[in-house]
Design a binder for this molecule. Sequence first.
Ligand code: IP8
Length: 272
Amino acid sequence: MIILKIGGSILTKKDLAKPEVDYENLERIASEIEESLHSDDLNSDLSDGLIIVHGAGSFGHPPASKYKIGESFPIEDYPFKRLGFAEIQNQVKKLNSIICDSLIKHNIPVVSMPPSSFVTTVDKRIYEFRLGLIKKYIKEGYVPVLYGDIVLDEELKMAIISGDQILQYIAKILKSDNIILGTDVNGVYTKNPKNHKDSKLISVLTNLNQIEELESTTNIDVTGGMVGKVKELLELANLGIDSEIINANTPKTIANALQSKPVIGTKLTSKL
Ligand code: IP8
């Protein structure tokens, strides 16, 4: 089985304050997934099923930061925070609906699974999760689509869960060994490639010490940008589950990765 995460920075115009879909990227990626699922030499990992997880981009991060989700608050602020919850949940659901529209147009039998309806967290980490239902959909030939969302938290009342945490959780339980993260850069660099010309792409990443500067991405990202992703994926690597970070902005990269063809990127592993 393959778990594919598509970053919010690919599917939305993430640096803009207002929510806006990047329709060009969405259309291209949907057609790359369609081509891969219907290719004649379908690789065995893909024939075992596909789960898509997407980020929230400009639909989720700006309101999550505006409402300071994840910080503790006095109880009299709860009505305001609840409205924030509603607004964020509604925004990311809208993005998910647009993404699913495009995937359906490309003949992909998606089933949208909003995490806020079946996931809870304790101190921002997943606690309850209805994985059995996802497994059933996969068995029936559907492609479940999950996304970064806002959920109930036992301690903080509400928390943001990133698509990366969802991906990590599912991969861990299903012991999936084909995990692909499509981002807007070629992989993990020694320094943020957007700010440092002398940064180098790390082709195999086994630990955080290989990264010289652990700064977050420049755009508003409440879930930690590339550093957040790397931490989730290294945790998987330590359990023997490898993954790769690739550039979903480069045409054909998602298609090639889904079809197990070589692509430029960073492999996260504990095996040298
Ligand atoms: O874009 C964040 O998910 P991510 C979810 O995968 C929200 O980090 C609601 C900001």
